[in-house]
Write a protein that binds this ligand. Structure first.
Ligand code: NAD
Length: 486
């Protein structure tokens, strides 16, 4: 048995070890955070059986009120262990302390409260109909859970994005098999401890660790007794999952990649547009699916805007979270290699490097981490790979534009369609353009401002379906029509 910290799977209400372990590595300095027990197909099978049993047992019989109360207990327990969650998320991701403290962990707890309250407000429709014999009939539409739901999540907002799926799935009465990214297994393991300590009936929440192909991810998609799959991650992983789910026609909910545009008009509040674009390009080291990697600036303010972006980007403090850094590292050395390959490609494609384009040199153990400089380019053509492929790092390309129609067409000329940001003081123009954007969410004069009741998701390669509020509950529920003849 290894002597390092071990992260176990949680199946049927028990923490379970397996024979294989993989390393959870800190992107801050390359040190070992923990050894993670990799679930094999047998353990995934046990998790699915436990989930089925839960649905046929106490959990399946529990009233909606009791279920909602349980989810509030989960939120309370996350809040009680707030510091543990913050430390775990930072150890895995190295992201800025303020981001974890103000967004990742509070939102993780809030997701449980939000969906617990929402499910109590969900009403079931009923229709009276006339019949030829004059006696009539009543049609009731009853929401049933889908059953066993596989939840597969990415590493960029680990607890937040996982609970964004687990909370509505449980609120709707399902049982879940959850797999966090292999890069960020820690907060999911703490969530399993929380589920255990609040006495969630066994089998309702199962956690398996591992990778995608040939590992837990693939097993939990292919398993014949899994009823639905909810996934957030790369578009090409979505394709692989969809193929694997196709034989059994399993319903899928997909939140995938983005190559999002920001459009800045000359009449925008300049300072706010610069600050907003810095946030939308570089938050979480550019590792937010909503980040703006394509920035279009109206020509009269183009040079001034690029100069202001450069100055602000160069003032971003990169480093360790506990040193009060604004920006942490990328998630891993492997991901940094990918982002750096785009840095080289951009130059080959003819980009002008405005700032960044390389890794920082700290002269200490952070050089073993995955830090990278915020990077801005200009001068690429619309068909360059660097302005069409998702890079998922702290990088944006800035284009000038002249006409409203032109910028709408160029912004929409993308395989992706997740989000857009428009900066202007002309609200009529803003709404006119927003309505034409081929995306799931469009911000005007802000970015990443979320009302959890609104639908969230993307079009084209950016996803299938919507999450948020009632849209989540609809995915995790199966409506049953009962026709009662009088
Ligand atoms: P990823 O697709 O590499 O991995 C996501 C998860 O899928 C991981 O848990 C991984 O182990 C698992 N996985 C990989 N291959 C699999 C397979 N064949 N079968 C089953 N599971 C498999 O994504 P990532 O690198 O962790 O995350 C970054 C990506 O996520 C970016 O493309 C980003 O845009 C996207 N993302 C989208 C949203 C959104 O809401 N649209 C939010 C966050 C991140």
């Amino acid at each position: 048995m290894p002597s390092s910290k071990i992260l176990k799977n949680y199946v049927a209400g028990r923490f379970v070890d397996t024979e294989n372990y993989f390393d959870d590595i800190s992107p801050i300095d390359g040190s070992l955070v923990a050894l993670v027990s990799e679930a094999d197909d047998k353990l995934v099978d046990e998790a699915v059986s436990a989930a089925k049993e839960a649905l046929n047992g106490e959990w399946g019989l529990m009233s909606v009120d009791a279920r909602a109360a349980k989810l509030h207990e989960v939120a309370d327990e996350i809040a009680a262990r707030f510091d543990d969650f913050v430390a775990a998320e930072i150890a895995d991701t190295g992201k800025a302390y303020a981001q974890v403290k103000n967004i990742d962990i509070p939102r993780g707890a809030a997701n449980f409260r939000f969906f617990a309250d929402l499910v109590l407000e969900q009403s079931e429709a009923s229709f009276e109909m006339e019949t030829l014999d004059g006696r009539g009939a009543t049609n009731k539409i009853v929401n049933k859970p889908m059953g066993v739901v596989s939840v597969i999540s990415p590493w960029n907002l680990p607890l937040l994005l996982m609970t964004w799926k687990v909370a509505p799935a449980l609120a709707a009465g399902n049982a879940v098999i959850v797999k966090p990214s292999e890069e960020t297994p820690s907060t999911a393991t703490l969530l399993a401890e929380v589920m255990d300590s609040v006495g969630m009936p066994k089998g309702v929440f199962n956690l398996v660790h591992g990778f995608g192909p040939g590992s837990a991810g693939e097993f939990m998609v292919a398993h014949p007794n899994v009823d639905a799959i909810t996934f957030t991650g790369e578009s090409k992983t979505g394709t692989a999952i969809m193929k694997n789910a196709a034989d059994k026609l399993k319903p899928v909910s997909f939140e995938l990649g983005g190559k999002n545009a920001a459009i800045i008009f000359a009449d925008a509040d300049f300072e706010k547009a610069v600050a907003g674009t810095i946030r939308s390009a570089f938050s979480n080291c550019g590792q937010v699916c909503l980040c703006s990697e394509r920035v279009y600036v109206e020509r009269p303010i183009f040079d001034k805007f690029v100069a202001a972006l450069k100055e602000s980007a160069e003032n971003i403090k990169i480093g360790r979270p506990e040193e009060g850094a604004d920006m942490g590292p990328l998630i891993s050395r492997r991901h940094r290699e990918k982002v750096l390959s785009y840095f080289s490609l951009a130059i080959e494609e003819g980009a002008t490097l405005v700032t960044g384009g390389s890794t920082p040199d700290f002269g200490d153990d952070r050089d073993n981490g995955a830090f990278i400089k915020p990077t801005i380019w200009t001068g690429l053509n619309d068909d360059a790979r660097c302005v069409n492929e998702e890079i998922f790092g702290p990088v944006c390309h800035v284009f000038p534009f002249d006409q409203e129609d032109e910028v709408v067409n160029r912004a929409n000329e993308s395989d992706y369609g997740l989000a857009a940001a428009i900066w202007t003081t002309d609200m009529e123009k803003a709404e006119r353009i927003a309505r034409q954007m081929e995306v799931g969410i469009c911000w005007v004069n802000d970015w990443f401002l979320r009302d959890l009741r609104t639908p969230f998701g993307g079009v084209k390669l950016s996803g299938i379906g919507r999450e948020g509020g009632i849209h989540s509950l609809e995915f995790y529920s199966e409506p049953l029509t009962i026709c009662l003849k009088h």
